[in-house]
Design a protein around this ligand. Structure first.
Ligand code: UDP
Length: 408
């Protein structure tokens, strides 16, 4: 199959862990590679995110089979605000169509990611008359129900999502929970929704000796280390982890490493820094910023406990990556996290927005080496059963069924 993959607002080539680049970008990279390994070709269309990415060049017309390519088109300034992306959607559709016409590119199916790309995907699907499968990754109705704001018009986004849900040929979700949300909050047709779990890159995320990892990162060999990985975003709930750390005080001392997010000044980062200062923890928290996945593997392997205190999490790839490294995890009992963490078995599930519960679980694990090690081992077994090869095979099967008998 020849697949046109739309990832409009964020390119898979952007720095992971910064701005909006996170789990969705990893998802797209791994899925494209997985589809490619199954002999399907994938062209990824995104808006340019810096002057270099604006340089789209059509490389080699003869090599269309079985390759993954990234095409970027200018759509608004590089530092465009989230709320303004929508204004550039129509222009982007025109650019994709004219680029494909000029280069005689034809596709069997459109795979779109995030609501803005879903709008684009549906317009292209109408124009090209080919099936369209979308993955939302996050939903406006969830944000609305949690009362979180992200500087965009969530009501408008929810309305757009509803329209797409009616029209699209199929929707891929990461968990049955998301499937239920689509049915109950959006009135989606059950038969359209396919629940397919993302995987974890087991070639990269595996056990590496703890001391060796700490030496590579220049970390103390004795200290207790708790790790947080994620964008600095209120939904990630890092405030609660800082509060848990304050509660544990000197009785269960540990160093907290915060990996992910840009180190450029932002309201979210300022807020986090003042929270750390207020708690008098400046000496015990390292704000690292975003690192490559190749380096991230050493952070996972250096830590004693991984914590993901999210208020909501569509899936929570970072927690699964930590588990694949054999690390015991404390995660919120929300969204995707509870699909791969079994409480008291492969990790601890805690109520979201509850610093006290996080503190209790961290203390228990720091106190009890054998519990921590056993949990880490079980976590690793669980993570190893979830590979991108399985995810890609299931998604490829769905795509090819739609191409064979489209609903259009
Ligand atoms: N990530 C990374 N470097 C960082 C922070 C995160 O490579 O500094 C990657 C991480 O390995 C994971 C993804 O970004 O694969 C984050 O996905 P997750 O589902 O945890 O969070 P999301 O970004 O989807 O909210």
């Amino acid at each position: 199959m020849k697949i046109a993959l739309i990832s409009f607002h964020s390119s898979p080539l952007e720095t992971l862990g910064e701005k909006d680049a996170g789990g969705m970008n990893v998802y797209i990279q791994r899925l494209s590679q997985g589809l490619n390994e199954l002999d399907h070709s994938v062209d990824i269309f995104s808006r340019s995110f810096d002057p270099e990415s604006a340089n789209i060049e059509f490389q080699d017309e003869n090599k269309f089979e079985s390759i993954v390519r990234n095409f970027h088109f200018n759509a608004g300034p590089y530092d465009l605000k989230k709320s303004q992306f929508i204004d550039f959607v129509d222009g982007f559709v025109e650019k994709v169509i004219s680029f494909c016409n000029k280069n005689d590119l034809k596709y069997d199916l459109i795979s779109s990611h995030y609501w803005l790309s879903a709008i684009i995907g549906q317009k292209l699907s109408d124009y090209w008359q080919i099936p369209h499968v979308t993955t939302f990754h996050t939903l406006a109705e969830i944000k609305l129900s949690l009362g979180v704001e992200d500087g965009t018009d969530l009501q408008f986004r929810s309305k757009s999502e509803k329209e797409i849900i009616q029209r699209v040929d199929a929707i891929v979700v990461s968990t049955d929970l998301e499937k239920q949300d689509l049915i109950s909050k959006y009135g989606a047709l059950q038969t359209k929704i396919h629940s397919i779990s993302p995987g974890v890159n087991l070639d990269l995320f595996k056990s590496i000796d703890r001391s060796e990892s700490r030496r590579i990162l220049n970390l103390d060999l004795q200290e207790n280390i708790v790790l947080f990985v994620g964008r600095i975003d209120s939904l990630k709930g890092i405030d609660y982890l800082v509060e848990a750390m304050r509660q544990l005080g000197q009785k269960f001392p540990f160093r907290l490493q915060v990996v992910g997010g840009s180190l450029d000044a932002s309201p979210e980062l300022n807020e986090l820094k003042s929270k750390i200062q207020e708690a008098d923890l400046t000496d015990r928290v390292d704000i690292i910023g975003s690192v490559s996945q190749e380096k991230l593997v050493y952070y996972y392997n250096s830590c004693d406990i991984f914590v993901m205190p999210s208020l909501h999490e569509s899936f929570g790839l970072a927690a699964l990556e930590a588990m694949a490294c054999g690390i015991s995890v404390v995660v919120s009992d929300v969204g995707g996290l509870k699909t791969f963490v079994t409480d008291s078995e492969t990790g601890f599930l805690v109520a979201p927005a509850n610093a006290n519960e996080i503190a209790v679980r961290i203390a228990l694990l720091l106190e009890n080496d054998s519990l921590r090690n056993q949990m880490g081992e079980k976590a690793q077994i669980e993570a190893r059963s979830r590979t991108w090869e399985i995810t890609s095979r299931e998604i490829a099967l769905l795509y090819s069924n739609l191409v064979k008998s489209p609903n259009i």
